[in-house]
Design a protein around this ligand. Sequence first.
Ligand code: SF4
Length: 211
Amino acid sequence: MANQRNYQKELEKLLEDFQRENRVPTLFLHSCCAPCSSYVLEYLSSYFKITVFYYNPNIYPKEEYEKRVQELKKLVQKLPARYPIQMQEGSYDPQRFFTMAKGMEELPEGQERCFACYRMRMEESARLAAEGGYDYFTTTLSISPLKNAGKINEIGEELEEQYQVLHLPSDFKKKNGYKRSIELSSEYGLYRQNYCGCVFSREEARRAGRI
Ligand code: SF4
């Protein structure tokens, strides 16, 4: 069963293999935001040449989208890394998100709308990773305690088949990854948003009094 696998251990095994073989593969890394990327970049940039891909048409409104892009740029410029980190921005096409979310608007965070949202962003990443000849693709999403790592890895493996590019397993919240992302966000003065990203999650946060 997918959910019983330990994706962090699977990742560690791969990293050990790279070191033993003296390999530094390329990684196309989908990023949801700077705070989540901070720990992931600190961790993986010792093993991969990374291109961080910011593709998040789910984010609402546009000003919030822009703010998150700027924070990620700031982080990539400042973060020390053993191997170079590049950044690529996808297109901001919010209509694509709304079409995808149709009929699922009222669902709470963490259900089917979110699984489709992971897939939409990961699929664009897998497609471009394959097109660009990258060794691996993955996403920072599994760092959040609110995201379903089993589902993220399941989708990643389906996309690996579909686009013929290797999916890097992850459960970045393990090994205190989430805690470290909070420390790094504070160290680099990063803006930490208090809702996931879409207009529906913003409303949910409002109802809960978080914003
Ligand atoms: S709550 Fe987050 S993951 Fe779920 S649909 Fe909205 S932006 Fe996507």
